[in-house]
Design a protein around this ligand. Structure first.
Ligand code: FE
Length: 198
């Protein structure tokens, strides 16, 4: 099996937000509409993300579709920090609260969806959520930032170095000849298998 095939699946990028004990959120690429009548969506969240357990307990969420005007800061803000050690909405003003009580992102996003979870399935590393959309609005006419667009236009180019390994997800550079097998990217938490030699 060639794992590179999976990089050719098309994805959008989204901020998933919940409000269990406090407002929190993370970046996901696994969000899609599956039926139109009624409007149902699915999303999958890594169990390592605090947002995952919070969504399991609250059952309410918003998904904000990131558009091509977003810069790397937005991804660092929601994707490369944990809600366990910071409050992601402290100092972040570009939000409104949907009717279900959850914040959505109003800047660098082109739509938002508020939803209620109806079913979940444990997939091992991730939880799959099936949900009804209760509210949806368009926020801008810009294009959705796809994962490919992120890779080509948003993620910073790696620093030029002779040796080292670069994280294919976020661009973090590991300075060293041998990358430990159990290495976890300190920025995006992806494993050593997502690194390539510079
Ligand atoms: Fe990374």
């Amino acid at each position: 099996m060639n794992n590179n095939a999976f990089f050719n699946i098309g994805y959008g990028l989204y901020v998933l937000t919940t409000n269990a004990n406090k407002d929190n959120g993370c970046i996901i690429n696994t969000f899609m509409q599956v039926t139109a009548n009624p409007q149902q969506v699915v999303l999958a969240v890594n169990k390592d993300n605090l947002t995952c357990s919070e969504l399991l307990s609250s059952g309410k969420f918003c998904v904000s579709a990131i558009d091509e005007s977003a810069d790397f800061e937005l991804f660092k803000w929601f994707g490369f920090r944990s809600g366990r050690t910071c409050h992601k909405f402290e100092g972040f003003d570009n939000v409104k609260r949907a009717d279900n009580g959850v914040l959505y992102i109003t800047k660098n996003t082109n739509a938002y969806f508020a939803g209620t979870v109806t079913e979940t399935k444990d997939l091992g590393t991730h939880i799959l959520f099936i949900a009804d959309v209760t509210e949806a609005e368009v926020l801008s006419d810009k294009k959705t930032a796809t994962y490919t667009y992120y890779q080509e236009n948003i993620k910073p180019a790696p620093e030029k170095k002779k040796t080292g390994w670069v994280c294919k997800i976020c661009g973090y550079v590991f300075d060293g000849e041998e990358l430990p097998e159990d290495f976890i990217c300190p920025l995006c938490k992806h494993p050593a298998s997502d690194f390539e030699r510079l």
